[in-house]
Design a protein around this ligand. Structure first.
Ligand SMILES: Cc1cc2nc3c(=O)[nH]c(=O)nc-3n(C[C@H](O)[C@H](O)[C@H](O)COP(=O)(O)OP(=O)(O)OC[C@H]3O[C@@H](n4cnc5c(N)ncnc54)[C@H](O)[C@@H]3O)c2cc1C
Ligand code: FES
Length: 273
């Protein structure tokens, strides 16, 4: 697997400062100023994050390890880069990160992993499911605002994340915002109309597998951003392995973005949201 799409993180963690934090419907948007790392993270890359205070040593000592988050947007600012993280609270780590307030410290390691290959063959088709919209936003920023994203959410509260996008077609499972549909239905319609595409997707395992299968049937190239529980984020613990055609791969260094042709099934349990 190629390291060409990788921007390498400096060794060790560094302290960023939270610049802004606000609710965005069901999610939380946290912006941090990183003055010590690369200013050109690639869409699909991620950071390992831990709050500088009140992290671990609480009840049951959780959270202890840092948590992996894709950056949703990166903007140069003075000596550093402002990184947006879109958060869904699912446990103690994301809960603490969602409590961060402006001025607080945030330990960062990153950018890590291999991001999306931003040289598509054919027209790019961007697809995000739920919190998987985060790296798709960074990709839209990179590829150009005119490239619409297809975004699927559970409800209108989650669909508020679509307001960050320049162009998006939204659907929800309950019909409370946009069309009542699964985002894979929108993908199928687009590919039936025009199959000369590269599909870029991030979302829950079932969505990723449906996208992989739709693309495989039509011989359409696809790049899928998967997730797995990550303890280290840089290849040392083997906690993030997923099965690929070539054998097990470590998602943190070989991914998180994998070419769909490398997978027989993208529905890896716990690999996606
Ligand atoms: C490369 C990458 C990018 C990510 N980007 C984002 C992002 O932009 N925004 C965001 O909100 N979250 C993102 N995640 C998921 C995030 O890392 C987890 O939600 C977080 O680690 C959960 O920690 P916790 O302490 O809150 O919950 P925990 O108590 O650790 O977990 C709560 C529940 O979520 C499940 N879970 C935990 N981690 C993962 C995971 N990585 N994949 C699938 N299921 C998991 C657990 O099995 C458990 O059921 C990303 C994960 C990876 C690997
Ligand atoms: S998270 Fe440790 S090897 Fe991938």
């Amino acid at each position: 697997m190629s390291g060409a799409r990788r921007t390498r993180a400096p060794f060790g963690r560094r302290r960023a400062i939270v610049a802004e934090a606000r609710d965005l419907g069901a999610y939380r948007l946290v912006t941090a100023l990183d003055t010590g790392g690369p200013q050109d993270p690639r869409p699909g890359q991620f950071y390992m994050l831990a709050a500088a205070e009140r992290w671990g040593a609480g009840e049951g000592e959780r959270p202890y390890l840092p948590r992996a988050l894709s950056f949703a947007r990166a903007r140069r600012s003075g000596e550093g880069v402002l990184l947006d993280f879109l958060l869904e609270v699912v446990g103690p780590g994301t809960e603490r990160l969602a409590q961060l307030a402006p001025g607080e410290g945030l330990w960062l390691t990153g950018p890590l992993g291999v991001g999306f290959d931003c040289e598509p063959s054919g027209t790019p088709l961007l697809v995000g499911g739920g919190i998987g919209a985060a790296p798709i936003l960074a990709l839209q920023d990179e590829l150009g605002e005119a490239i619409a994203a297809l975004l699927g959410f559970r409800s209108a509260a989650h669909a508020e994340a679509a307001s960050l996008f320049a162009e998006a077609e939204v659907c929800t499972e309950d019909g409370s915002a946009g069309r009542r549909a699964l985002v894979t239905e929108l993908v199928r319609e687009r590919l039936d109309r025009d199959g000369d595409r590269t599909v870029y997707a991030c979302g829950p395992p079932a969505m990723l597998e449906a996208v992989r299968a739709l693309c495989a049937e039509r011989d359409v190239r696809a790049q899928l951003a998967l997730e797995a529980g990550m303890a280290c984020g840089y290849g040392a613990c083997f906690g993030c392995v997923v099965p690929a055609r070539s054998g097990y791969v470590r998602l943190c260094v070989d991914g998180p973005v994998l070419d769909a042709s490398e997978l027989t099934d993208a529905g890896v349990p716990e690999a996606g949201r």
